[in-house]
Design a protein around this ligand. Structure first.
Ligand code: E4P
Length: 218
């Protein structure tokens, strides 16, 4: 399972790239706002240059014609760009058109396996079930990922599953076990994936023992 970063903040992306673990980035209007930018084109291009892999940029129109017009512009920003389209009836119409250009579409705001199935049939390259937001609403978000993975596998559907709205490191493990192809994680979650107190304790112990070994030779 690939790890993508769920952020529009350049410093976080640069840092995560230096770790050698991320292969893509997802953004959305809220993440752009949190990154303090309204220049979506410049920021998306910069992210694409840095990551050299898929970068999702989201349309904000409500109607298919508006989404398609936005997508027409967004695809010119970078060959790495993936058009993020919400899974509504208008979104489906837009996914069908945009996927045929050809361009890659990430169907976003997916909260059920039915939505994922429809997005796949309309031509989406990716579907993004929002695990954390489902959990927040009292559902089992990961169960939706499991259902989508089982249905896609059973029916030879090649659309890839991006486990989104990851809230904690355990979500990432569960997404991998559930069959997601990608987990898109906030920088904070990525940081907590690497941290373990026993690793720190182990390093300290090895250092102390080595110091003791050296001093006994002196
Ligand atoms: C996915 O592509 C979205 O950008 C993201 O995962 C949403 O997560 P949130 O529920 O933490 O806003």
């Amino acid at each position: 399972m690939e790890i993508w970063l769920d952020t529009a903040k350049i410093e976080e992306i640069q840092e995560a790239i230096s770790w050698g673990v991320i292969t893509g980035v997802t953004t959305n209007p809220s993440l752009m706002m949190r990154a303090g930018t309204t220049d979506l084109k410049t920021n998306t291009r910069r992210i694409a240059e840095l990551v050299g892999g898929p970068v999702s940029a989201e349309v904000i129109s409500d109607d298919a014609q508006g989404m398609i017009a936005e997508a027409k512009d967004i695809v010119t920003w970078s060959s790495h760009v993936v058009i993020k389209i919400p899974i509504t009836v208008e979104g489906l119409k837009a996914i069908k058109v945009v996927s045929e250009w050809p361009a890659r579409v990430n169907a976003t705001l997916v909260f059920s396996a039915n939505q994922a199935l429809l997005a796949a049939h309309a031509g989406a390259t990716y579907v993004s079930p929002f695990v954390g937001r489902l959990d927040d609403a009292g559902h089992d978000g990961m169960e939706v990922v499991r259902e989508i993975a089982a249905i896609f596998e059973m029916h030879d559907i090649t659309t890839k599953i991006i486990a989104a709205s990851m809230r904690h490191p355990r979500h990432v493990i569960e997404a991998a076990l559930a069959g997601a192809h990608v987990a898109t994680v906030p920088y904070k979650v990525l940081q907590s994936m690497i941290y373990h107190p026993l690793t720190d304790v182990g390093i300290q112990r090895f250092k102390a023992d080595w110091e003791q070994a050296l001093s006994s030779k002196r």
